[in-house]
Design a protein around this ligand. Sequence first.
Ligand code: ARG
Length: 578
Amino acid sequence: MKQFIQQLLTDCLADFRQRGLVPQDFQPRFSVESTRDKKNGDIATNLAMVLCKKLGKKPLEAAELIIASLPKSDRIEKVEVAGPGFINFFMNSDHVGARVYAMSQDPRLGVEKAANPQVVVVDYSSPNVAKEMAVHHIRSTVIGDSVVRVLEFLGHKVIRANHVGDWGTQFGMLIAYLEKMENESASDLEISDLEAFYRQAKVLYDEDEEFATRARGYVVKLQGGDEYCRMMWQKLVRMTMTQNQRIYDRLNVSLKPENVMGESMYNAMLPAIAEDLEKRGMAVTDDGALVVYLDEFRNKDGNPMGVIIRKKDGGFLYTTTDIACARYRVEELHADRVLYFIDSRQHDHLMQAWTIARKAGYVPENVSLEHESFGMMLGKDGRPFKTRSGGTVKLSDLLDEAETRVGALLEARGSDLAGEERERVIHEVAMGAVKYADLSKNRTTDYIFDWDTMLSFDGNTAPYLQYAYTRISSVLRKAETEAGPVRLGCAQEEKLALKLLQFAETVQQVAQRGMPHLLCAYLYELSGLFMSFYEACPVNRGDVEESVRASRLSLCRVTGQTVKTGLSLLGINVLERM
Ligand code: ARG
């Protein structure tokens, strides 16, 4: 509906340009919004206020002129001017009803596939080897995975890229430590506590000179392709990724082992990058290191920022890897668009890498590189999320706690679920709640992790939506007649119907902006409108006329499908009972 009005107004503007009423190159921004109050119609625009100066008219006159030039459409009941010059559109409710009915019979719920599918590389999750997944990895994992699902739903070809931190000088130390541990236990080892393993390795490295020397030797050997070191390194990568995979599976995150494209993958490409940048005159040698100076970025003293490509000792850096990686995604993966779900603190790093990649011609203008940045996860005290003793919170512990809490919650609500079904409900509600808490906030800001809010059955939470879905399911289960054509008889039905028709544009927006919270907000509003509808409009009661019941059943069915599909695009499952 909004899109339809948007199109009418865009056409109107083009018409004005052609008639010379406004300048040829005039491309104003104007709003097209759903109204809150039905007395202002269903959709409103400020176009008249935006145009009036150029038209040399008062806003109200401009509005009349716009209205007069709109084509007649059977979708629109009437158009009115209101307030300082808003144009309000009242949609024809027969038409809205017919569209909702069509939506109820369409498995895609009116969401069209992209006319020009793109290859979209999505860089997300990207934890580090021999480290516990940290909080920023959870955010990246959950938000990135939802955007991946949305893009695929729209028919794009998505390449999941798990840019695992599996390379760097720390591996000398880790290999030396793994070797020591294996020698001591005289067997292959499964590290259950990666965090402790890393910490202990670091202590030894700092304290034991002999160990440190061995570690440094292993770095060189690993980089030189030494077989033993590579085998040890692979073990570390495998152990870490096995643990992470368990978390992905538990969280219903669609990443698979084959999506790992870690930093090490680009290692062999780095010398050529350095050489090429030098040949192009972009990189210069400065005190033994190879450096690109960027005018676009200034350092503390106001001088062009130097980005080190190759260190004095010949080693490469995180930024060099990201330059190679951007190039690879364009040249080898043929990306049209690359989305990076990385926390906001790495913004400058990315901008520098991309500026260099673009200048060197590795990434052409028509390929868009987008930093889908996000803020930090904070504790209730507003400080970075930590355990009581100040350590990193292990993701697996956090998920265990979520399940324990949901179990207690079901108990408190007097749930009669038992056995396997109870386990399943606990699992889905707990994972849903944790994911949704993250997904529902605008990712660009920090967010406060709070158990009580996220597990609440009212408010913008997963349990609320999952519960709303079970209510709808139960109405549908109890129905003894068939759903049928939708006729909108009251304000509650109309509001629900118009909201349903916004599903498609909401999904499109998530794909465009990489922001799943838009979908969360939509589903929350939709469920709220459903609850109001359901209170005002009985469905299965005996005195409800047959055709009215059929229409209401269609509304229930399509709302249920929309909640289910919407949640599945967020990576959250619905339940029939809870
Ligand atoms: N491993 C990095 C970290 O833990 C994130 C990598 C993000 N992706 C990238 N292409 N740099 O911070």
